[in-house]
Design a protein around this ligand. Structure first.
Ligand SMILES: [Zn+2]
Length: 123
């Protein structure tokens, strides 16, 4: 596949950029502490959060009501898809740069380590 085709294929599969949401959707099991609640002995109450780590290491957790969980999951998926696409496109462009940089064969044969255009100084 040509690089151009591959670039177009990567871009065509991307979700909307405006949906991006950095972080992870995590589920934690809580015990509410109410006397007589089943959670004291059995399974706890599952609670869903968006967990985001900020520069400096601080982590922010936003609790998500059930109706917002799909939206948050889509956003996190969109964020990851965009970053994956950035990495793939960057790799393609790096390959292309490498290919374009290759000097003509005539120049490659001489490996003097000097710029081929610079005239040699006498003496
Ligand atoms: Zn409980």
């Amino acid at each position: 596949m040509s690089r151009e085709l591959e670039r177009r294929r990567i871009l065509a599969k991307l979700p909307p950029l405006e949906a991006v949401l950095r972080g992870s959707v995590i589920v934690r099991v809580l015990r509410c502490g109410k006397p007589g609640c089943h959670c004291a002995e059995g399974e706890g109450h599952p609670a869903t959060y968006l967990s985001v780590t900020h520069a400096g290491g601080r982590t922010e957790q936003i609790s998500l009501p059930a109706e917002l969980v799909p939206l948050a999951r889509r956003g996190v998926g969109a964020y990851r898809a965009w970053w994956a696409a950035v990495e793939k496109l960057s790799a393609l462009n790096r390959d292309q740069l490498r290919a374009q940089r290759r000097p003509p064969a005539a120049l490659r044969r001489r490996s003097t380590g000097r710029s081929p255009r610079r005239p040699r100084r006498p003496g």
